[in-house]
Design a protein around this ligand. Structure first.
Ligand SMILES: Nc1ncnc2c1ncn2[C@@H]1O[C@H](COP(=O)(O)OP(=O)(O)OC[C@H]2O[C@H](OP(=O)(O)O)[C@H](O)[C@@H]2O)[C@@H](O)[C@H]1O
Length: 174
């Protein structure tokens, strides 16, 4: 029998505030592995989800975290939002990984995210839609178009979510 072709990930684009999301939405951002949410969209994440920041921080300090992985943090606080940290660069600031490395880490981290979402759903957890900002396009300095190309090449395996929403405050996807 012919093998079923694997589907590629679909992106939908949305203009507005990523944080203004229904309960159980998964909010996704790109992180360094140093345990710091010190700039860019990481600051509002830290302000709105201090418990998630503590979980991320401890995860980074307790084990050397590999890039290309994802930490999916269970809903905490009244918002019931899941927080997904994609480890797309080891360091931040001047020491950040090179764009090609960030892109390869992104591909693997998103695959890891899709698997972790599947596992959570398998345990009967409520997991809403997957929402990301234009990851890597700010402090990590990688053009959004390059990250978008990589995301659209991610293979959606059996039982994995096939759609990720991308949110931008200005609706700028150029
Ligand atoms: N307040 C806000 N509200 C809404 N949208 C906002 C926003 N601020 C920025 N954006 C947008 O969010 C997208 C991603 O841009 P970002 O620069 O955040 O993230 P990135 O993925 O390039 O880099 C990750 C590293 O940035 C941080 O800094 P540190 O390493 O701590 O220094 C982290 O900790 C990571 O390590 C761009 O579309 C920005 O327009």
């Amino acid at each position: 029998m012919a093998k079923r072709a694997l589907q590629a990930l679909s992106l939908t684009k949305h203009s507005g505030d990523i944080f203004d999301a229904p309960d159980h939405t998964v909010l996704i951002h790109a992180c360094n592995t140093q345990g710091k949410w010190g700039a860019g969209i990481a600051i509002p994440f830290k302000d709105a989800y201090p418990d998630a920041f503590n979980t991320y921080h401890e995860h980074c300090l307790s084990d050397p975290v590999q890039t290309g992985t994802c930490l999916l943090i269970e809903p905490c606080g009244p918002s019931k939002h899941w927080i997904a940290c994609l480890f797309t660069s080891a360091k931040h600031g001047r020491g950040k990984d090179k764009p090609d490395e960030i892109l390869e880490n992104t591909r693997r981290a998103v695959e890891d995210l899709l698997e972790k979402v599947k596992e959570a759903e398998g345990k009967g957890e409520m997991v809403g839609s997957l929402r990301m900002c234009k990851i890597n396009s700010g402090k990590f300095g990688v053009e959004w178009e390059r990250t978008e190309m990589v995301l659209k090449e991610v293979e959606v395996k059996e039982g994995h979510r096939g759609v990720v929403e991308v949110w931008d405050r200005e609706g700028d996807f150029s």
